[in-house]
Design a protein around this ligand. Structure first.
Ligand code: PLP
Length: 368
């Protein structure tokens, strides 16, 4: 049997009629940028997460870049970020000339709250927690540290749409929450899109200008902004996706439960969820000391997997200039060497889920 890592077509097919009528509505409207579809999506998404404002942009990466910029963080400032995140979290900092300060993750793959304070200096301006793989970070501890040290919080929610900590949505704990709607994310567009959420009227105004050349009023530019607007087509398609987000999250959480109940192999460690947090399982991560061997074995048996992520940011060539040596962040490096992600997506057939479990349970180290 062949099991794809993900298959967007299967998810699309479930909701095809709704997507197609939303798309046609936009195509026939004669209005394609900054119109009523974006307004409607922003309003609904803000309501969904429980924030006062939502500002739609072109990608999760742009949301992160604008969040850092809107808070006035730039040259020489430091921002605390987990050492095992996807590179985009870090690029959001360095694109503004600020310096990423890496803090190691805990056993839940999220930034370790008890290691944050040691990383704070007089240059620190913000903490940028990432709700990695779909699991909410320990936000009460992180908010407490930020409050005591007068730091901003920018949440990277690119993988955590709908995930909560103690009943509160990710994205609403900090000053700004940043979302990606890349097609594979828990809430995905059919192209690139992203958004920021905030409760601050002042940040909202600044972000609306920053995404539109720095202009609030046509041809009047208050700030040096960029062009990163979510287009009307994506905004219409995302309204369809948002309608089904809770259901889609429940489908992935159910697959995760079947993996957690069914996988019994001492060669792998299953992911755990922190008490108080929910996990929407954008990714289902396993840890395995013989990761490469396991990946080859699964591949040979038709099961496609991915590594999230094979090279931690501090070891990427582009960040060689930061001068962080191999071995300096051993937990992130260990995760990069041992993590393997199983297929988990809306539309994944039951028999494929079962096949993944059976195949994994048959894996024996060293008998390839
Ligand atoms: C996907 C992702 C991003 C970037 O989002 P894009 O929309 O692809 O630019 C940022 N951070 C994390 C953790 C992500 O997974």
């Amino acid at each position: 049997m062949n099991v794809a890592f993900t298959d967007l077509k299967r998810q699309y097919d479930i909701y095809a009629q709704e997507y197609e009528s939303a798309a046609l509505r936009v195509l026939r409207s004669g209005w394609y940028v900054l119109g009523k579809e974006l307004e409607a999506f922003e309003k609904r998404f803000a309501e969904y997460v429980g924030a006062r404002h939502c500002i739609g942009v072109n990608s999760g990466q742009d949301a992160l870049i604008l969040a850092v910029r809107a808070l006035g963080i730039g040259e020489g400032d430091e921002v605390i970020v987990p050492s095992n995140t996807y590179i985009a979290s870090v690029l959001g900092i360095t694109e503004n000339g600020a310096i990423p300060v890496f803090v190691e993750p805990d056993e839940y793959f999220n930034i370790s709250p008890d290691k944050i304070e040691n990383a704070i200096t007089d240059k620190t301006k913000a903490i940028l927690p990432v709700h990695l793989y779909g699991q909410a970070c320990a936000m009460d501890d992180i908010c407490d540290i930020a409050r005591r040290h007068g730091l901003y919080i920018i949440e990277d929610c690119a993988q955590s749409h709908g995930a909560q900590y103690k009943g509160k949505m990710t994205g609403t704990f900090g000053d700004i929450g940043c979302f990606s709607f890349y097609p594979t994310k828990p809430l995905g567009a059919l192209g690139d899109a992203g958004a920021l959420v905030t409760d601050s009227d002042e940040l909202e105004q600044r972000l609306r200008k920053l995404r539109n050349y720095g202009s609030g009023k046509k041809y009047v530019n208050d700030l040096e902004g960029v062009n990163t607007r979510m287009d009307e087509l994506q905004a219409a398609l995302l309204q369809v996706g948002l309608e089904h987000l809770e259901k889609n999250n429940a489908i992935r959480m159910d697959i995760a439960k079947r993996y957690l109940d069914g996988i019994k192999n001492s060669a792998v460690t299953l992911p755990r969820t922190r008490v108080g947090a929910t996990n929407v399982y954008h990714v289902f991560p396993l840890m395995c000391g013989k990761r490469d061997e396991l990946q080859r074995y699964l591949e040979e048996n038709g099961v496609r997997t991915l590594i999230h992520y094979p090279i931690p940011p501090h070891m990427q060539k582009c960040y060689g200039r930061l001068g962080i040596e191999r071995g300096a962040l051993p937990i992130a490096e260990k995760y990069a060497a041992c993590e393997i992600s199983l297929p988990i997506y809306v539309g994944m057939p039951d028999k494929e889920i079962e096949y993944v479990i059976e195949t994994l349970n048959r894996f024996e180290e060293g008998t390839e």
